[in-house]
Design a binder for this molecule. Structure first.
Ligand code: XMP
Length: 430
């Protein structure tokens, strides 16, 4: 391993990510692991310099206080504990301590070096991928979003032609998006890319399904089935590469934190999954994924484009998906993106999209009463997608977008702007 590692054990803290970032901000890599990690698993992480026992309000699970594996105390690693009164460590804190304490712990007690940077992270991941994969093949779900693009670049660097990228057009992509994935990856980056148009299959499975979790699960498991079919055609594929990042893992529930919502690339995997996973970004926050992409040499536009959820427009066409409303989401989203780019907002706003609910409201068109759908515009800013604030968009831009949507998108007679931050709202509606 190129870089030193401080391990954070999650003993029910809601501050795991805060602690991880505090340590990384001091230039030392840190990872969050479950409280019941074994001594062997810990040692296998390589270059561990110290351990943070991070307790907190979720310390009690199913009526029992969570405990670390007692073997860990005997391994000789320097330890610090936060909000974990039963620990046997010398240094105990209530609440996340100040930087001075961290510096002393990390650099003096643990003797860690400040060697966390993207070049070292990539070098470590490339070595780990090669060790895991050997001379076998990896199949990657290449949606063209930031996460899967960065994973693709990482895997191309690690294993080159042992990577087969599959782009599944599930019919829930943004306007012209699949075409551009093929252009960039097949034509420009010369990736081994298979393009599958599965629109009818997905829309068929989703017909009349209104429950958000059910929709996500169907899209997620159908995705995996399509990959399995492709893998069988390709022969000899043992691994599935995935662009899972740290916020996906937390929100799908850890051993102490409850589930917020299942993300398609974590919660929706079917149990009969035949692949072993390769997830080189799973310890990174979103902003770190982008830095990793730049370090890997991906174009700026690709790395800084707004994220797009795995289930795509499926979670923005609320309730049971219909083709009519799906088209309304797709067309209004294209208009919003075009106008935001013209106004320079694409560089200022982290994520912006439209949503179409499954109810209608009364309106007037050509002097006649109409009963049609509405489009909701959402524009938010965030650092790591864990919390988000709404963006104050220039009134004239909003008015112009609204007028275009009302004039150009069929079956729509009303446009609204979502004012809600996260929390309590999530970024997506479903
Ligand atoms: P929420 O709605 O949970 O979204 O506040 C946080 C960020 O994650 C994106 N998102 C997803 N990404 N698979 C993904 O890869 C998913 O199932 C998924 N759901 C939401 C969302 O767009 C936002 O950027």
């Amino acid at each position: 391993m190129k870089q030193d590692l401080i391990v954070i054990l999650d003993l029910g803290s809601t501050q795991n990510t805060v602690v991880a970032r505090r340590i990384r901000d001091l230039g030392v890599y840190s990872e969050i692991h479950p409280h019941d990690i074994t001594a062997e698993e810990l040692e296998a992480l390589g270059n561990v310099k110290g351990i943070v026992l991070n307790g907190g309000e979720n310390r009690v699970v199913d009526g029992k206080e969570v405990e670390i594996n007692p073997q860990l105390y005997g391994l000789g690693y320097p330890m610090i504990s936060i909000d974990y009164p039963q620990s046997k460590t010398e240094t105990q804190f209530s609440g996340v301590p100040e930087d001075g304490i961290w510096k002393e712990f990390i650099f003096e007690d643990c003797k860690a070096e400040a060697n966390w940077n993207m070049a070292n992270f990539i070098e470590d991941q490339v070595a780990l991928i090669r060790e895991q994969v050997g001379d076998r093949k990896v199949l990657l779900a290449l949606s063209g979003g930031v996460d899967s693009s960065v994973v693709a670049a990482m895997l191309i660097k690690a294993i080159g032609s042992q990577l087969v990228c599959v782009h599944v057009n599930h019919g829930l992509m943004r306007k012209d998006e699949s075409e551009s994935v093929v252009k960039v990856f097949r034509d420009e980056l010369h990736a081994n890319l298979v393009y599958v148009d599965a629109t009818e299959r997905f829309l068929g499975k989703l017909e009349h399904v209104a429950d958000p979790e059910q929709k996500r699960k169907i899209i997620g498991s159908e995705f995996i089935r399509v990959f399995e079919e492709e893998a069988r055609k390709l022969e000899g594929i043992d691994f599935l590469g995935q662009g899972t990042i740290y916020p996906d893992i937390i929100e799908s529930g850890t051993k102490t934190a409850k589930m917020v919502k299942s993300h398609h690339n974590v919660g929706g995997l079917p149990e009969d999954l035949e692949f072993e996973l390769v997830e080189p970004l799973k310890q990174l926050f979103k902003d770190e994924v982008r830095a990793c992409g730049i370090e890997l040499g991906l174009p700026h536009d690709m790395v800084y484009r707004q994220p797009f959820p795995g289930p795509g427009l499926g979670v923005r066409c609320l309730g049971a998906i219909t083709r009519e409303r799906l088209e309304a989401v797709r067309e209004s989203d294209a208009i919003l993106r075009e106008e935001f780019a013209k106004a320079g907002l694409d560089k200022k706003v982290w994520q912006y999209f439209t949503v179409v609910p499954d109810f209608k409201s009364v309106g007037m068109k050509h002097n006649a009463r109409v009963f049609e759908y509405m489009v909701i515009i959402r524009a938010i800013n965030t650092i790591d997608a864990m919390t988000a604030s709404i963006e104050k968009i220039d009134w004239e831009v909003l008015e112009h977008v609204t007028n275009r949507i009302l004039a150009e998108v069929e079956h729509v007679n009303r446009v609204c702007y979502d004012m809600s931050p996260k929390p309590p709202s999530t970024i997506e509606f479903e």
